[in-house]
Design a protein around this ligand. Structure first.
Ligand code: GAL
Length: 661
């Protein structure tokens, strides 16, 4: 889809959030109209959890109330991202279809009384979801205030019921063709797990000890495909009546039920929700991480931040408040990395109900509050950035990101509980972010030739095609860093024999890993170059590579820990342990300079983020975010769109958008 269609419709970047007027009355709606104008809201997501109101009993719809709100929003100049309400089936639905309630891995069937109480594979649920999506599209497909369709809400719910078992078997038949092939793939020769009929196969429910890893990985793949199929059904039901863009808000958390790459190909516009998992600088790094992931799965195209909190930082079982200035800074952090706007959950903080303590654009205290003043300032700022619409961000560095590798690292029985795909990805991204370099995520099998540097953290599962692609990337002149526990297994989770990682990659790296040796809990080691590390070590031999740092402890003393190999026109680096942050940052800094990658803007101190958005016609903008609590002089002053004037210095916690063309 041409994203310009949405931004042209909005007259610039999007600003707004989830709007649940059904929680309020007429007096509040009137105030909402006025406050939305004040805050420059131009897009609201409506109807996300409204199933019980829209369809009070099976097959009987009540659209009158929604008609009134859409007309009101339209009259107020606010466009609508209309959601299908399928993430929260009403009680009548689950009572009529108890088999559509989700079942946990331990066999417990949940009850209604919360949200997300559905099983995606239950035929009754799928029928009901298609029906209401189609009914909404038929009713509102031509409504002048509609700008976007929003299918469902964060597809995250897993279910291991008998419907799921049946659908899993259908998927397995299509993937493996025969039971012999499946038995071979899953290694069922061990532990007497051989299947002699399809009906014997279950989803990976709780069992006595380690569950079969092949079964677990295939289930993750199946679940993602099944979710995508459920999304497509609703999308296609909408398309019968409307040609507006369709999306779903992806949750991009630290676990993963969906193949984000596959979703990126199916939505008209990638949309994500982002809630930081720690305060301060880490929140900013986390926003950059998720924003870079969103842009990457959108294949570099603009995308949309569908949800964030005005004052929500989930950390250690608490919901921490955002500091003054962070509403704007976090919004711009996403816009800097390609988001076509900044939306929030939700417009008005609920007075009652399950999320009454979740922050909102209009807090309980009302508009006379710091939060609403900051929201209004952010709306004002975003309204000034219309000329950025449609521009995007280019990166010269990529971190490899693969759902199969991620899922593979969640199976039972791995050799260390410290092996953590998400932490490895975040660590690599963080080192690049700290260095002021913009990063893409890339799939291991995609064309990597546009990147000067590629990092491969914890790429445990790597296909033959992926290994060959990485070999080719180095041979053609790329610089590649592969980190420990990569290329260990193929797509069936079968170990690579004869030494790790997969052979084509060994050739590019000029090494052969003979033995993996997880370190003891809290064990610290020092390498010969003085850097320190923990968690993991490997016994490896160089086969052409040079050793840049060696182990100094135990039986590994003197053997290579960090290696570099000139291969073809490029260089393959291998890091066989987990360096501490300082050592890792130094290594990444070295790689960046070797690969001739410089920060987006030089001369900025740490804690000042800079990203450049570029338009197809050559215009470009530097977005600068000062995460420090002191003023920072700009190396190159420029015209700031936020203040519409020249800018020489960023105030403490301040932001700027400088025209660079
Ligand atoms: C999102 C969800 C919203 C709201 C929010 C609270 O994940 O889509 O509906 O629950 O979390 O943080």
């Amino acid at each position: 889809m041409d994203i310009r269609r949405l931004t042209d419709r909005l007259g610039g970047l999007a600003f707004g959030g989830d709007y649940n007027p059904e929680q309020w009355d007429e007096q509040v709606w009137k105030q909402d109209d006025e406050l939305m104008r004040r805050a420059r809201v131009n897009l609201t997501t409506v109807g996300v959890f409204s199933w019980a109101l829209l369809e009070p009993e099976e097959g009987r719809y009540d659209f009158d109330w929604l008609d009134a709100h859409l007309d009101r929003l339209h009259a107020n100049g606010v466009a609508v991202d209309l959601a299908t309400p399928t993430a929260s089936p009403p009680p009548w639905f689950t009572l009529a279809h108890p088999d559509a309630l989700p079942v946990r891995p331990d066999g417990t069937r949940l009850t209604h009384g919360s949200r997300d109480t559905y099983c995606l594979t239950a035929p009754a649920y799928r029928r009901a979801a298609r029906r209401i999506a189609g009914a909404l599209a038929e009713r509102y497909g031509d409504h002048p205030t509609l700008a976007l369709w929003h299918v469902h809400n964060e597809y995250v719910t897993l279910c291991l019921c008998d419907h799921t078992a049946a659908a899993f078997r259908v998927w397995l038949r299509a993937r493996h063709g025969s039971l012999d092939v499946l038995n071979e793939a899953w290694g069922t020769a061990f532990w007497s797990q051989r299947y002699t009929s399809w009906e014997q196969i279950l989803p990976p429910r709780d069992s006595q000890w380690h569950r079969n890893p092949g079964q677990a990985l295939d289930f993750s793949r199946f679940w993602s495909d099944e979710t995508l199929a459920a999304y497509r059904e609703q999308r296609d039901a909408i398309r019968v009546h409307s040609d507006l863009p369709v999306t779903t808000n992806l949750m991009v958390p630290g676990y993963q039920n969906l193949d984000l790459w596959a979703f990126g190909r199916e939505v008209d516009l990638v949309a994500i929700d982002h809630y930081p998992g720690a305060p301060g600088l880490d929140a900013a790094a986390h926003a950059a991480f998720d924003a870079d992931r969103a842009r990457s799965i959108a294949a570099g195209a603009p995308w949309l931040l569908m949800e964030q909190g005005t004052s929500t930082v989930y950390a250690g079982g608490r919901v921490l408040a955002k500091e003054p200035g962070e509403i704007l800074r976090h919004s711009l952090a996403h816009i800097a990395r390609g988001s076509e706007g900044a939306l929030f959950f939700q417009w008005r903080q609920s007075r009652a109900g399950a999320e009454q303590w979740h922050s909102a654009m209009v807090p309980h205290a009302g508009p006379d509050s710091r939060i609403f003043r900051e929201v209004t300032a952010a709306g004002e700022a975003v309204a000034r950035l219309g000329e950025l619409a449609g521009s995007t961000v280019r990166a010269e560095v990529a971190v490899l990101h693969d759902s199969d590798a991620w899922w593979a690292m969640r199976v039972d029985g791995l050799p260390s509980s410290e092996l953590d795909y998400f932490a490895a990805l975040r660590g690599a991204h963080r080192a690049l972010w700290d260095a002021g370099v913009t990063t893409d995520f890339a799939h291991p099998e995609q064309d990597l030739s546009r990147y000067r540097l590629v990092l491969a953290p914890a790429l445990f599962l790597l296909t033959d095609a992926g290994a060959e692609n990485l070999r080719h990337y180095v041979a053609a002149g790329g610089t590649l860093l592969v980190q420990h526990f990569s290329g260990m297994v193929d797509e069936r989770l079968h170990a690579r024999l004869g030494g790790y990682p997969a052979a084509p990659l060994r050739e590019a790296l000029g090494i052969r890993v003979e033995e993996y040796r997880p370190l003891r809990q809290d064990e610290r080691i020092t390498l010969s170059d003085g850097s320190t590390a923990g968690s993991w070590s490997e016994s490896l031999r160089t086969e052409g590579a040079e050793t840049l740092a060696a182990y100094t402890h135990g039986m590994l003393a003197g053997s290579p820990a960090l290696t570099r190999h000139d291969f073809g026109r490029g260089r393959g680096w291998y890091l066989s342990t987990r360096l501490d942050d300082t050592g890792y940052a130094a290594l990444v800094g070295h790689l960046l300079s070797e690969a001739k990658v410089s920060p987006e803007l030089s001369g900025l101190p740490p804690g000042v983020e800079a990203v450049t958005r570029r338009a197809a016609d050559g215009r470009s903008w530097h977005l600068l975010l000062n995460h420090r609590d002191e003023a920072v002089a700009l190396p190159r002053p420029g015209h700031d769109l936020l203040t519409d004037g020249p800018l020489r210095e960023l105030p403490p916690g301040g932001c700027a958008v400088l025209r660079a063309h």
